[in-house]
Structure formats: structure tokens, C-alpha cells
Design a protein around this ligand. Sequence first.
Ligand SMILES: *Cc1c(COP(=O)(O)O)cnc(C)c1O
Length: 378
Amino acid sequence: MTSDKLHLDTLVIHAGQEPDPATGAIMTPIYQTSTFVQSAPGEHKGYEYSRSGNPTRAALEACIAGIENAKYGLAFGSGLAAIDCVLRHFNPGDHIIVGNDVYGGTYRLFERVYARYGLKFTWVNLADLEAVKAAFTPQTRLLWLETPTNPLLSLADLRALADSAPQTVLVAVDNTFASPALQQPLNFGADIVMHSSTKYLGGHSDAVGGLLALNDDQLYDDLKFLQNAVGSVPGPMDCFLVLRGIKTLTVRMERHSANALQIARYLEDHHAVRQVLYPGLESHPQHDLAKRQMKGFGGMISIILDSPEAAKRMVSRTRLFALAESLGGVESLIEHPYSMTHASTATSPIAVPPALVRLSVGIEHIDDLIADLRQALE
Ligand SMILES: *Cc1c(COP(=O)(O)O)cnc(C)c1O
């Protein structure tokens, strides 16, 4: 399939996927097998052992490459396993610059695991371009970006940040919140895109997975080597589920974004809500950047209530919005980051506000969602 000239709405359905040559099956089969028969030692049909390669996974890897406008894709057993693969590329003493508002698990992996192996991290406010530029040292090898951030929904200017990085520094973007339907970071000069496919790409809260997409041949060889050497690969069933989820990505993101914008406006007018953080609101400090950089504003909203008690009360009272970690599924979720997804940062410099509530707005009918939030805030 030549992906060059196809639109994203088409690529989400077809990238990396051809009818099965053996049977004509229109959907990529779940090749639930650990190994592949060889006709003579070393003579095989492209697959030897499923840690090294599996046809269902290969289709997903080609698919993420297609929809992120990349040459290569790599699939992992979780989003964190994908981040872990990137970090293993570096050596003790190497320096990494990270945005100071990131997914809690990213913070934990960097500071509690990789700091022990001699990687050095500097946490900066990505909205402050001068602060980022000042953080580069001769040892800096990676700039790790998340935009919009989890959970404060602040944005990083991808073009400006990629341009600010010296040639010797790789720029990686966690694109989980936006998905390629809203922004394709490689087009802004990033070197690596990372996804937790558990979220919008899978889209149905039924599989945990991670993906990388990139263009550089040598970097791909290095990361593919690590993927096999370390072995943190997804099973074929999970790859199938993510492939199926991606087929509806662009239509889902349209509805997620439309619902979230209406809810953000509703909450902005609600007396019990102190602040609404949503890039689609005119009141968001980076609304202009959001309009430049993103094709839509996504389904994630964070709000700040009057107190931690009010936040916990609200998340306990919703009926349609289920109280749960994770995000990006068709169903609406609500959570309290301080005690849930971001508990691992609670005593750190990047702790989130205790009165913060995060909503993952699903694709249900908008009136039902607003009615649920209204009664929860009563
Ligand atoms: C969930 C998430 C991750 C981690 O992905 P897992 O699939 O849970 O390992 C990384 N980054 C962001 C922004 C996330 O939301």
C-alpha cells in the first residue's frame, strides 16, 4: 500500500494492512504462534520467533509508521516499555531534558529506575523556551516532550523546541494525548514519536500497549535491536485489538474533541469550578499555539475545584463518568490525579495540585455527559 498520497482518514483503516495473502481474510489474522517452521536451517518466510517478529505485530508497526508519517514503527507491551526502549539507547552520564509536567509513570521510570543507571535528568517548564535552551549541556542526548501534558494540559511548541535542540540531541514526543489525528510530531521536526496505545489508539480500554514511530535508519536498527534483546513485545491478540481500534481513530477524535469543548465551556461557567484547563478554550494561555499545532483539541480536560475534598467528592459522585485511571476510551472516565495516576509524583517537585480533577471525555451523547457532571457538582 503506497501511503504517500492517502489521507489520514484512509490510512487509519489501511496502513500496514493487506488482505491475508494465504486466505484473503480482509482483517489481519491474529498469528497466535510463538515460532515459525523453517524449510532448512535459516530458510524461512520472514519470521522465526515471535519475540523477534510476528505478522500481526508487523502490521501494527507498519500502521503506526503510516499514520505518524514515519518510515518505521515498533510495538511494545506497554507505553512505558516503549519509553524504556528509548532510554536504553543512552549511556551512563548522558543527560536528558524533560518537561516538568509529565505522565507520573514517566517520572517514576526516569528518576527511580534510570537515574540509578547513571542517566541525568533536568526537569524544565517546556512553555519557557529560554529555560529549555539554558538546560542543554554538552552531555545532553535527549529532549523528552509531552504535549498536551498529562494532567495539566499545557502545550509544548514542537517546532520551536525541535529547532532549539542541537544536532546531537534527539527529540522524542509522547503523543498519547493528541494522537496522530490531532498532531504528527515528526512533521514539526521531532525524531521519535511515542504512544501509549492503551489510550486513544486502542480506544476501547481493552488492551495495554506502546508504540514508537521514527524515520532514521540507524536509530531504527538500534531500537529494533533493543526491542528484541530486551523482549518487551506485545502479543498478537493485543496487536490485533490496537489495529482494530486505530481504524476509527479519526472519527472518534472528532467526537471526543467536540464533546470535550462543550463540557469545558459548561464547566468554565460553573460556580463550583475554579479553573478549567483545556487547550480549546480561549482562556487557555496557549490557545493560539493549540490552534497552530493541533487539528483539534482532544478529549482530555482538567479542572481545579475549591479543595481536595471537593475534588474527591465530585469523582465519587459521577455515574456515567466512571472513576478509573487511564483515558482515551470511548467511555467517559474521571479521576483524581493526586491520589491516583500521579501518586508517584506526590512528594516530588512535579507534584500535581490536590484539588485537580481529570476527565477523559468519551463519545457518549453530550447531554447525558453534562447532566452527569451537573448532578455530581450539586
Ligand atoms: C498512560 C500513559 C503512558 C504510559 O503508558 P502505559 O501503556 O500505561 O504503559 C505514557 N504517557 C502518557 C501520556 C500516558 O497517558
